[in-house]
Structure formats: C-alpha cells, structure tokens
Design a protein around this ligand. Structure first.
Ligand code: HDL
Ligand code: ZN
Length: 414
C-alpha cells in the first residue's frame, strides 16, 4: 500500500521508467525503408521546429539556407540557437536531452564530437538503442500511399518485418487534394474520375481497403484545417461519408482526425511553414452522433480547443482523444491539457504521442512527456489519497499502462 508522498513519488518514477510505450503517431520508419528514416545529430538539428526558431534570429535568405548541405544547415543552427543563445526552447532542450541520453558530453558543445559518435553507428544499431533508451515498444508510423517512394517500398514487401513499426494509412491527398490524387488512383488501376461519379466511390473504398490490408494499418489518418466541417457537399465531405467512414467501420480501423492546421502560412519555411487555428468542435459531435458504430481518434492543434475536446469525449465512447500535438507539445501546455483530461476523463484517454520525425526524437519527447505526465499524476494521486482512498503500486502500474498504450489497443479492439 502507498502511504506517503515520498513512496508515491518513488512508485511513479519506477513505473514510468519501465512502462512499455505505444507511440500512436510518428513519422519514423523501419530500417528496410532506408533513407526515409531520419537519424543522427544533423537530422536532429535540422528538425523543422529548430529551423523555424533559427529564422527568428537569422536574416539569411530562406532559399540560401535550404540550398546548403544538411551539415552546413546544422552548423548554422548549432551556432545560432545553442552557442549564440542559451537553448531554452523545448525543441532546443530536446536536442541536448538526446545527446545526454546517448551518453555524449553535452558540455563539450562540440558538434564534430557528436558527429564522430554517429560515424560508427548503423541504422539498425541506432533503432535498437533509441527504442531501448526511450522505453518505446512500438510506434505507429505515418504511411502515405500517394508518396511514390513509399508506395514502391510497400509494393516491394518492405515495412512488415519489424513489429516495432506499425502502420497508419495517411490519406491527406485524397481528402485535401482529390483533383490531383484521383490521377494517382487511376494510374494504380482504380476506376475513379475527377468528380467522384459513377463507380468512383466504390473504387476509392477498394483503394482504402487494399492499402489497409497491404500495410496492416491500425487506423486511417488525415490532418485537417481549422474550418473542417461536413456540412457542405464538397468532394471532401463525399469522400469522408461515402468512402472513409464505411471502410473504417467495415475494416474496424478507426478514422484519426488531426484538426487545426493552417498549411504553409509562410511557404518559404517549407515544413516549418505551417501554423495553427482554432477549429469548430461541432463536426466531431456530428460524426460521433451520426456514426455511433465508427471509432474516431482525434487530436486538435489549438490550445483553445482542448477543454471542449475533453468534454466532447465525455459524450462519446467511440471517441478516443490523443496527444498534445505539435505546437502543444511544450511543458506548460502538456501539463495543462493532461490535468484537464484527467479531471474530466479519468484515465480513459491517450495523453501523448511523440510525432517523432527523427529517430532520436523518441528519446527526448518521451523523457520530457513522462516527467510532465508523472507530475500531474502525482498531484492527482495525492488528492486521491487525501480522500482516504488506498492505492497500491500494482494499481499505479495498471493506470500508467492504460495511458501509455493499453487504452489505445483496447480502443482498436484488434
Ligand atoms: O500532419 C502531421 O502529422 C504533423 O505532425 C506534421 O507532420 C508536422 O509537420 C509535425 O511534424 N508536427 O510535429
Ligand atoms: Zn505528425
């Protein structure tokens, strides 16, 4: 039985240090995807979050920067964000957490020393090391069949060997750019046309079903703008209602909506150019009400949407809230959101995903998130014990397992 605050702190630290994490949304890939998997210190330093922060100080023309080699870009970012200014931002601190946890000397501040470490590392070794250090048992990837390189890899049989890498079928081009995406479907042998007439909807359903099967996809996902709604008769609305939702239900594969992205507000920043907008929660209420036999995974990008998203999840058991996504993945907001969710949803949600784009992100994003979620859990368990309720280490282990993967797997019900 846990009887005092020090014992609670110790139990939480122990259980968080050994929990096997399922990371429900990432952009990493297994070794047989080759160069699609980004790893190493130059990739860590040229993460688009850090590029955005670099341009807060630099007046260098965007094109001149992007024309540089990745190592030259990393040199500039290291000098500007780490040596010329203290690296206090979350992404800056994250790069240093990666170095420290890999056993490198953060105090040397020597980028060459860090690069030397990587010269002896193979991709396979680094995957093993990073998953072990991060405590991650499996990641769910972002898999885009509209990307020619990725499409060819799946067709060659890649992507199925390493059970640590599970797939998610990403369908942004289908929903956000059908007037181009349909041509790829045609080229792949699906009888679709530009206006989704005739047999097109059935063929889009066949396309989705084929790729869910080929990938073993755990869910279908899309990132959506702040004004996403299904009250118009747009092609996007028709594809969601006539194609995505029937296949999602039929295949028992949730539909994951990631809502609130304003794409490329500054397109010169490329991947770093996206921003955020508050969305209308109504569309989630409508979907969960009108499609009670469908499962929805939802994360929203705006801080202002978080309380209403948690309240909406209280209304619908077919809605799983997940993550502190992208611009929300900062200590001040992760703690705020996790408190709101624990207070309104108990333990029935998935508090975090890493969104790792670079392999080593798994280390810092989970180290930082586990510490924050642990602090909030400590506060809530302390309040619980104050009622006279008793608590055992096994119960804490059960609860933490639910938050870091079991809830997700139960929701998938596979
Ligand atoms: O659409 C997404 O999956 C986002 O996570 C984008 O990839 C974004 O660029 C990102 O990396 N956020 O962390
Ligand atoms: Zn992502």
């Amino acid at each position: 039985m846990i009887t005092d605050s020090q014992q609670l702190k110790t139990v939480l630290q122990n259980e968080l240090s050994v929990v096997k994490i399922t990371d429900v949304h990432t952009h990493v890939f297994p070794a047989d995807f080759g160069s699609m998997l980004l790893f190493g210190i130059d990739e860590v330093l040229t993460y688009h979050y850090l590029i955005a922060e670099f341009f807060r100080y630099s007046t260098m023309p965007y094109g001149e920067f992007f024309a540089l080699s990745k190592s030259k870009q990393a040199d500039l970012i290291w000098q500007t964000l780490f040596l010329d200014h203290s690296p206090v931002s979350e992404a800056q601190r994250g790069a240093l957490t990666v170095l420290r946890r890999l056993g490198l000397d953060v105090q040397s501040r020597s980028l060459e020393e860090y690069r030397e470490y990587y010269r002896s590392r193979t991709m396979a070794q680094q995957i093993d090391t990073v998953f072990a250090l991060a405590g991650v048992e499996e990641v769910v990837m972002t898999n885009d069949p509209f990307d020619p390189q990725e499409r060819a890899l799946w067709k060659s049989g890649a992507g199925k060997e390493d059970p640590r890498f599970q797939a998610a079928l990403r369908i942004d081009p289908l929903l956000m750019d059908y007037t181009n995406a349909y041509k790829i479907l045609q080229a792949e042998g699906y009888e679709v046309d530009a206006s989704l007439s005739g047999n097109s909807a059935a063929e889009v359903r066949r396309f989705l079903t084929d790729w869910i099967g080929r990938m073993g996809a755990l869910y279908m996902a899309v990132s959506l703008p702040p004004d996403f709604n299904l009250s118009d008769d747009s092609l996007r609305t028709r594809i969601v209602k006539e194609c995505v939702l029937p296949v999602s239900q039929g295949q028992n594969v949730p539909f994951a909506m990631m809502i609130g992205v304003k794409k490329l507000v500054n397109e010169q920043l490329r991947l770093a150019g996206d921003s955020v907008g508050k969305a209308d929660i109504t569309v989630i209420e409508e979907l969960c009400t009108q499609y009670p036999d469908n499962k929805f995974l939802v994360t929203m990008l705006s801080r202002e949407n978080q309380h209403e998203l948690a309240i909406t999840a209280r209304k619908y058991r077919n809605l799983m809230v997940f993550g502190c996504w992208w611009f929300l993945n900062n200590p001040s907001i992760v703690k705020e959101i996790t408190k709101i969710r624990l207070e309104t949803l108990g333990l029935s949600f998935t508090p975090q995903h890493s969104d790792a784009r670079v392999l080593e992100h798994l280390i810092y994003k989970w180290d930082h998130s586990k510490a924050l979620i642990g602090e909030v859990l400590e506060e809530k368990y302390t309040d619980l014990l104050a009622t006279g309720w008793t608590l055992t280490p096994d119960e804490v282990r059960r609860d933490i397992g639910a938050l870091f993967g079991d809830n997700f797997h139960r929701f998938l019900d596979r």
